[in-house]
Structures are given as structure tokens and as C-alpha cells.
Design a binder for this molecule. Structure first.
Ligand code: LFR
Length: 479
């Protein structure tokens, strides 16, 4: 039996989970959970990274002695270090407005189609490549000697060692998904210095030992290794999709975002795929995460914030009784990316498309959940078509598995059974990689089998109202 601390940082909260793994057992418990509250300062929206580091240390102390530590977080964002290895300012939040209008500048040097063919990444204004272009003239970048993605930065603070973990590196849009190495040509043409990045690390690689100061602060007895896991939370979550070997499945990682797609063994780099805004992020063991970003429960989180955080259970119950598919919005629309005024923005989108405007919080909530399910349906259907890979089942993992209405609507919309769980998928995927060096988990398939045997899963059957979803889809497409 071994114990692993999985640090999993999401956009709204961080947690330190402890995974206890034996030859045929896996038990996950929460040691510590803390808020991740971005802060708006005059220059823009920033991550409170020192608070997060403190949360990690508190969490490790609460976890008690473990055999190793692994860190995953959201993607694309980074900290810059000076020549002494000191952090130059707070990392910029990917929802910050600095990347507005930057893509056009990039595409003037490297056309969007060429960029897609080389990197396989969907267009999102926050891809690191656009962030670095937006920062080109900044003092900070001029002084920077090193760029570390968020989980790599926190790993560096724990161990003193620097690296760039591959699954997360693939979200920078500076990696070639065919070679799984940097896209040197693209970086050069855009004037991005790849020397800023520390050498690539593969998931499963050792990432150093906890520094003596960290041992002292956490009460651990050394040596305690840190393992590079799939440090992009979505890579870890996909590794914890409890699919059986040979099963034909799609997955949806739900949380602040919904990431919906397929696991492939090679990227799809066609023009059609680019037009459909599908991404080819890198997964564990040579896999490709072929998926689309959907706004996800962010839409609801922002409404809850605007409504003064009412009781969610009660709201979902009311929403389940509200009329279905009355109004839907495009949950893939980047117009919903920025924070603020979410109920109004949703109402405006309904008005613009000539649909009834949802009024009460329950109606707005129903509109959001219907819209998410519809976006799930489109992504699952598009992925199958674009990759030419039919599926029989949809696995839903992550925070959204707690939302039974969303899971049922997703099954209805996709016209496929949904298997929901585990909720803490990213932490479990993180643990499964840490267990590899100890011989407790061999590979992806082996880890998934262990999850199937040990984690509670809920199955939702589609209720056969396919025609209504087709009608809603046509309504959204303006047809
Ligand atoms: C989910 C996620 C998505 C990524 C977005 C921004 O937490 O990591 O995969 O596109 O956050 O980093």
C-alpha cells in the first residue's frame, strides 16, 4: 500500500487529495480544499499564486506523510522568473482581456490554417502563444529568463527543479502533436524564444525531491519525490475515464469548462477539424486528446455569483421542473469567456436569436443546462465524424457528475448512455501516474480498470426525445 498526494488546482478551488493505492484497491480522500480567487488589479486579472502555494503546503501538512506528490492545474498560464529564479509578478489569468485582438496579429505572420496544421490546437484567445504575443513589449517578459507553466512553477517551489511537463506544454500552441516536441519553426516565426521554457518532462518522470524547507513546513520525513503527472488537469481527468479496454467511448470532463471529445492515437489536423474548432492536446502514453472546449459550468458559476450564491440544490430542483429546451445559447461561444453580468449576457443571447428570454434564476439555470447538453451533443457528434470514430457510450467525469440533471440531459441530447464518475477525476488520474513507479499501475488501461473496480459510477440512459434536441440544434444554427 502506498500513499500519494495529488494537488489539483481548478479555476475556482484547489485541493490536496490523498490516494491510497494497493494491488487491487484505490481510496481517495480529501486532505484540504481552498478557494482560488483571482484578483483584479489596475493592470488586469491575476492569479494569487502565493496563496495557492500556501494552500498546497497546508494541504500537504494535512495529508500527512506520503510516498510522493504530483501537481496538476488548469492549462496555458505561466509565471516568469528572473535570472535568480525569482518570480516576476503575479501570473496573468487566462480570462484577462490582454489577448483581445492579438490573434489577428499572429495570423498576419502565420496564417491560422498553417498554425493549426503545425500545432493542432484550436483557436482560443488564451493559448500561451497569444498570451506571449500580447506580452511582447512588456518589461516583465524582457527581464524573464524562464517561463514555467503553473503546475511546473509550483513543482519548482517544492523541489527547486525546473521542467515543462508535456501534456500541459501542448496547450501552449508551441508543440507539434506529431513529434510531441516543440514546434521550432512556429516559435521562430513568431519571435517566441523557446529557451524561456525548461526542458520537456514526460508524465511519470521524476521532478525532484521536496526541499528541506518544504519537509520542515509539511512535517514530512524525506526524501519525498515529486512526480511529473499529466500536469494539465484535463490530461489527468481523461486518464481517469473509467472506460474498459476496447470500448468505443467519448468523454466529457465537466467543471468550470466542459471538454468533450475522444482519445486518439494520432492528431486530426484537417481543415474541417480546424473549422470545427477541435483541439489536439497531448495525453498520457502517446495519446491525443481530441476535444472541444465548451464554456461549461462557468456559465452557472457566474450566474450564482451574480445572484448572491443561492442554494444550488434548490435551484437545480426548480430547473429540473422548468420547461425543457425553451431557449438555448451557444455554450461554445467565446463571448461568454470574460467574467461578469452573466445572467444579462445569456438573456441578450436569447433575445438576439429570437427566443423567449429566461427570467427567473430557475429558468436561466435550465437554459444553461440545456445549452451545455446541446453543446455536448454537438461536440460528441462532430468528434466522431471528424475523426471517423463512432462511439457507443459517453463518460462524464469531474465536478459536473454531481449535477444529475446535466448528466441526464447530456444522455438525452447525445442519444447515448452516459456513465458518470468519478467526480475527482483529475486527482485520480494524478494518483494513477504516481503509482506507476511503484509497479501498482502499469499503464492507462490498467489504471482505468482499477477505477472501474473501485469507484462508484452512475449510468444514465437516453430518454429517446432525439427530435427535440435536433430541433433545438437547428434553432441555434439559425435553421
Ligand atoms: C480545464 C482547463 C481546460 C483549459 C482551460 C484553461 O480546467 O484546463 O482544459 O482549456 O482549463 O486553462
Amino acid at each position: 500500500m502506498k500513499s500519494y498526494a495529488a494537488v489539483d488546482l481548478g479555476a475556482s478551488s484547489g485541493r490536496v487529495m490523498v490516494g491510497r493505492v494497493g494491488p487491487d484497491s484505490l481510496e481517495l480522500t480529501e486532505a484540504h480544499r481552498f478557494a482560488n480567487r483571482p484578483v483584479r488589479v489596475p493592470e488586469g486579472l491575476r492569479w494569487d499564486i502565493l496563496r495557492l502555494h500556501a494552500g498546497v503546503l497546508d494541504g500537504l501538512r494535512a495529508a500527512g506523510q506520503v510516498d510522493s506528490v504530483g501537481i496538476d492545474s488548469w492549462a496555458v498560464d505561466y509565471g516568469l522568473l528572473d535570472a535568480d529564479g525569482a518570480l516576476l509578478g503575479n501570473p496573468v489569468h487566462y480570462r484577462d482581456a490582454r489577448t483581445e485582438g492579438v490573434a489577428e496579429k499572429v495570423w498576419a505572420s502565420v496564417p491560422a490554417a498553417e498554425l493549426y496544421a503545425a500545432t493542432g490546437l484550436q483557436y482560443a484567445p488564451f493559448n500561451t502563444l497569444y498570451q506571449l504575443t500580447a506580452a511582447r513589449e512588456s518589461e516583465q517578459l524582457a527581464h524573464a529568463q524562464r517561463l514555467l507553466l503553473i503546475p511546473d512553477l509550483l513543482t519548482y517551489w517544492l523541489t527547486g527543479e525546473q521542467g515543462t511537463e508535456l501534456t500541459n506544454a501542448s496547450t501552449t500552441q508551441l508543440v507539434d502533436p506529431r513529434t510531441r516536441d516543440w514546434s521550432y519553426g512556429i516559435a521562430q516565426r513568431l519571435g517566441i524564444d523557446l529557451e524561456l521554457f525548461a526542458p520537456l518532462r514526460q508524465p511519470g518522470d521524476p521532478a525532484g525531491l521536496l526541499r528541506p524547507e518544504v519537509l520542515e513546513e509539511t512535517g514530512f520525513t524525506g526524501p519525498v519525490p515529486v512526480t511529473a503527472v499529466g500536469s494539465h488537469d484535463t490530461a489527468s481527468a481523461v486518464a481517469a475515464v473509467p472506460a474498459g479496454a476496447g470500448e468505443r467511448f467519448a468523454y466529457i470532463c465537466t467543471g468550470t469548462w466542459s471538454l468533450a471529445g475522444l482519445e486518439l492515437d494520432a492528431p486530426v489536423l484537417t481543415e474541417e477539424s480546424r473549422a470545427a474548432n477541435f483541439t489536439n492536446e497531448l495525453g498520457l502514453d502517446g495519446t491525443v486528446r481530441y476535444l472541444r472546449n465548451i464554456m461549461g459550468l462557468w456559465l452557472l458559476q457566474e450566474c450564482l455569483r451574480a445572484w448572491g450564491d443561492p442554494d444550488l440544490g434548490g435551484l437545480l430542483l426548480q430547473a429540473s421542473k422548468a420547461p425543457a429546451l425553451r431557449s438555448v445559447v451557444d455554450a461554445g461561444d467565446a463571448a461568454f469567456l470574460a467574467p461578469g453580468r452573466m445572467p444579462e449576457r445569456i438573456a441578450e443571447a436569447c433575445r438576439r436569436s429570437g427566443q423567449p428570454v429566461p427570467e427567473s434564476p430557475a429558468e436561466v439555470t435550465r437554459c444553461i443546462l440545456d445549452s451545455l447538453a446541446l453543446a455536448h451533443r454537438r461536440a460528441v457528434a462532430d468528434a466522431q465524424r471528424l475523426a471517423d470514430r463512432p462511439v457507443d457510450v459517453v463518460y462524464v467525469v469531474g465536478g459536473g457528475t454531481r449535477n444529475a440533471l446535466l448528466c441526464q440531459l447530456t444522455a438525452d441530447a447525445c442519444g447515448l448512455p452516459v456513465v458518470a464518475g468519478p467526480t475527482e477525476a483529475a486527482a485520480l488520474g494524478n494518483v494513477l501516474v504516481q503509482a506507476r513507479p511503484h509497479g501498482l499501475v502499469r499503464d492507462l488501461a490498467d489504471g482505468r480498470q482499477l477505477l472501474t473496480r473501485t469507484q462508484p459510477l452512475t449510468r444514465y440512459e437516453p430518454r429517446g426525445d432525439a427530435e427535440r434536441w435536433r430541433e433545438a440544434e437547428a434553432r441555434l444554427a439559425g435553421g
